[in-house]
Design a binder for this molecule. Structure first.
Ligand code: LRH
Ligand code: MN
Length: 431
């Protein structure tokens, strides 16, 4: 960076700081006028944390190809370095990484813990993987893992989950996420009840092996890679499993795992109502499991989901302790920039949901004033909370605008120099 561009960047940063202070003061004054304490809100936003997916730091791809990016992480340590940067730029809002086994298998887990301590990050739920066959794996999961009619394949899958729990224990995780690709492509191929029964039986063995302070999250998905019937296809199937397993089994809602026009906030409310909302994989989508940046396609839905969560928190709903995690895949965007956007979008959706006047909303719902009830939500949603979220980050050493700060940092260029590019189009480190 030349001296001139550095001076200009400094001037620009100064201008942005002053504009932020002006905007924050104006919003704070307006909120005080509405009886909302801005400082309490800033503190509430600072308490919001979300975990980053280890598998999202390298560019993803589709079956039609993959466009690898420069300076991508090649090892778990490099993924953790990138995660620590996202955590820093967002003011500590992303303090944990979620591992995927065996994609993140490491020989020396003590070294992994030491790296995490050094980088100031921790570990959220660990993810199992029975949707791919690993080199040297004795039996294939082609026709299913826990649902497979072959008991030896089910045993192999159970052993894998017990191993994933051991890895999680070694790094300090407190939860296991189980997403099964199990399903069929043609009617008749699979027993629709038998396959579900076998999954339930296998999950009982895994649940029995969970450490006492752990949770198990079941993740539903309507299709892909199975294109006729997926065993854990919807929230109802996931709930049946979680209820069958026990109190420490709950449902994980991946926003992209719903058929078009599904009412996801209603599903969240249902699971909250029975104490079975375990957590989220945040992302966004237009059609299928597109794994796009959260808030990029349906920001109002994201707000409505957080509205249900803030309501539940304020009502101190029993068993309310959702694990917030991101699950995205980046085919076009710089992975770090997209994750910074997502954390910011989640902080904004959360802040807007905290602005809803719940007492007034309840009044309008009871009196049947449809328009005023809707307006009460829209007033919060249409409030520009960026000054609040920026302030919450800034006070914890984060950036007012994390994406611009990342670009100004030259981090990607530095990593491009440090990390020789993976062969173009080759399989990314997480696949
Ligand atoms: C399945 C899924 C699951 C992960 C995988 C990377 O689509 O959402 O949560 O294991 O993506
Ligand atoms: Mn997911």
């Amino acid at each position: 960076m030349t001296a001139t561009s550095e001076r200009l960047a400094g001037l620009e940063a100064g201008r942005a700081e002053r504009a932020h202070e002006r905007d924050f003061a104006a919003l704070a004054e307006r909120l005080e006028g509405e009886g909302i304490a801005p400082e309490a809100l800033v503190a509430e936003i600072q308490r919001f944390e979300v975990a980053l997916p280890s598998w999202a730091f390298a560019t993803g791809g589709t079956r039609f190809g993959r466009f690898s990016g420069a300076g991508e992480p090649r090892t778990l340590r490099e993924k953790m370095e990138d995660a620590a940067l996202v955590n820093g730029l967002t003011g500590g809002a992303a303090p944990r990484i979620s591992l995927h086994i065996p994609w993140d298998s490491a020989n020396d887990l003590e070294e992994v813990r030491a790296d995490a301590r050094r980088l100031g990050i921790g570990f959220d739920a660990v993810n199992s993987n029975t949707f791919q066959d690993q080199p040297g794996q004795p039996l294939s999961y082609k026709l299913g893992s826990f649902s497979n009619p072959n008991a030896a394949v089910r045993r192999q899958a159970i052993e894998h989950h017990l191993h994933v729990i051991e890895v999680g224990k070694a790094v300090g995780s407190k939860a296991l996420t189980v997403w099964l690709a199990d399903g069929s492509n043609y009617p008749g191929q699979m027993s629709l009840r038998g396959s579900f029964e076998r999954v339930r039986e296998c999950l009982h063995e895994v649940y029995a092996a969970l450490p006492d302070d752990w949770r198990l999250f079941t993740e539903h998905k309507p299709y892909e890679p199975a294109f006729y019937a997926t065993v854990v296809q919807d929230w109802g199937s996931s709930l049946l499993l979680a209820q069958s397993l026990g109190d420490r089994a709950q449902c994980l809602v991946d926003l992209g795992h719903h058929l078009p026009n599904a009412n996801i906030e209603l599903i969240v409310a249902r699971l909250l109502g029975v104490g079975k909302l375990g957590g989220f994989h945040f992302n966004d989508s237009k059609y299928g499991d597109d794994d796009l940046t959260a808030g990029s396609i349906k920001p109002y839905v994201l707000f409505l989901i957080f509205h249900e969560l803030v309501l539940a928190a304020r009502e101190r709903l029993p068993g309310f302790d959702p694990a917030y995690m991101i699950d995205q895949s980046h085919n076009l965007k710089d992975p770090i920039e997209s994750l910074l956007q997502t954390v910011d979008q989640l902080q904004q959706a959360y802040a807007k949901a905290c602005l809803v006047n719940h007492a007034r909303l309840a009044e309008y719902q009871t009196s049947g004033d449809v328009i005023m009830a809707e307006r009460t939500l829209k007033q919060a949603y249409e409030t520009d909370v960026r000054p609040l979220v920026g302030e919450a980050r800034r006070r914890r050493g984060g950036a007012l605008d994390p994406v611009l700060a990342f670009r100004a940092s030259g981090y990607r260029a530095q990593k491009t120099a440090e990390r020789p590019a993976a062969a173009a189009g080759g399989a990314p480190t997480h696949l």
